[in-house]
Design a protein around this ligand. Structure first.
Ligand SMILES: [Zn+2]
Length: 156
């Protein structure tokens, strides 16, 4: 279920985005990725490459809801819980754009130019391993469960 507090609007910078229409508390679920599943072997295409999120070694899932409109930021205010929930990493004020770090779910050869414009922007974003180590540590608790299992992130 997508949060009623989240609203899709024009970012006036890079197309549509999702904004807080009401104050959002840390930990609140913003959106769920609950659409079509793609597998590398059968139907992984351009759409899946650009829009679906990875949740297993060769599986991705798209969203029919607002998750598809949530932009990446290199200084995000949201992260991933379990495999399919996008949740607030901190309290978010009305009017702030809701963003997450696309590297929180991916672990394959994927790259995208970033235009988030934050001071720590990585310019070219990619999978989990391309996130700087100190940033990965800061994201603890907000990395997709499949990557937590794969890289034993619970132990550190
Ligand atoms: Zn960026």
């Amino acid at each position: 279920m997508d949060s009623k507090k989240a609203q899709v609007r024009d970012t006036k910078k890079y197309g549509a985005g999702v904004f807080a229409g009401m104050p959002i508390k840390k930990g609140e679920v913003i959106a769920e990725i609950d659409g079509r599943i793609y597998t590398l072997e059968e139907d992984f295409d351009d759409y899946a490459y650009n829009h679906a999120i990875q949740f297993a070694p060769e599986k991705w899932r798209a969203s029919d809801g607002i998750a598809d409109q949530l932009n990446h930021s290199c200084e995000p205010n949201c992260g991933i819980k379990a495999r399919f929930k996008i949740v607030a990493m901190r309290d978010v004020a009305v009017g702030e754009e809701l963003t997450w770090d696309y590297g929180m779910t991916e672990d394959f050869q994927w790259r995208m130019r970033c235009r988030c414009g934050t001071p720590s922007c990585r310019r070219i974003i990619g999978d989990f391993k391309t996130i700087p180590k100190d940033t990965r540590i800061r994201y603890k608790g907000y990395i997709s469960a499949w990557l937590v299992n794969k890289y034993k992130l619970n132990r550190t």
